[in-house]
Ligand binder design. Structure first.
Ligand code: 5GP
Length: 142
């Protein structure tokens, strides 16, 4: 059984503006921003604004709205980064690889012949994240 939603998780803090993020898209229901430890250039996270721990507890209608936003962000990220493909990842509970317990989809641009970077725990330089965010934001704004 899943644990309860923790309103002090890091993405809830980003949603409340308590910690900064390189945002690329926002509407009433969703927020998209750069992953701080990108596994590929342009690695973006898409989250709902409502509290949900993961796919096991989110309201199905909210999930439907979220996945539409994921598609939109994937199209924008792919175009902005000039990628050949996109990997979408979504993890549930610690055994499923989840580390941050506010549901999120990973949108990772992929390039022919370039493997995904390992999850090293290295943070990308803020200026690199800012530059990628600016490119993606410009495409998603249109
Ligand atoms: P997951 O829960 O899907 O395994 O991974 C959580 C993701 O959140 C990781 O890819 C990690 O790099 C990212 N992450 C963790 N802390 C922060 C943070 O403070 N800001 C941002 N933008 N991303 C984070």
């Amino acid at each position: 059984m899943s644990s309860a939603y923790d309103p002090n998780n890091i993405f809830a803090k980003i949603l409340r503006g308590e910690i900064p993020a390189h945002k690329v898209y926002e509407d009433d229901a969703v927020l998209a921003f750069m992953d701080i430890m990108p596994r590929g250039d342009g690695h973006t996270l898409v989250i709902p604004k409502l509290p949900a721990r993961n796919i096991l507890d989110i309201d199905p209608a909210a999930l439907a709205q979220l996945i539409q936003a994921v598609q939109n962000v994937a199209l924008g990220v792919k175009a902005a980064m000039g990628a050949d493909g996109v990997t979408i990842q979504q993890f549930n509970e610690p055994a499923g690889g989840q580390v941050v317990f506010h549901i999120h989809f990973h949108v990772i641009p992929r390039f022919e012949g370039i493997p995904m970077r390992p999850h090293s725990g290295d943070m990308a330089p803020p200026e690199v994240l800012a530059a990628h965010a600016a490119k993606i934001r410009a495409v998603l704004a249109n």
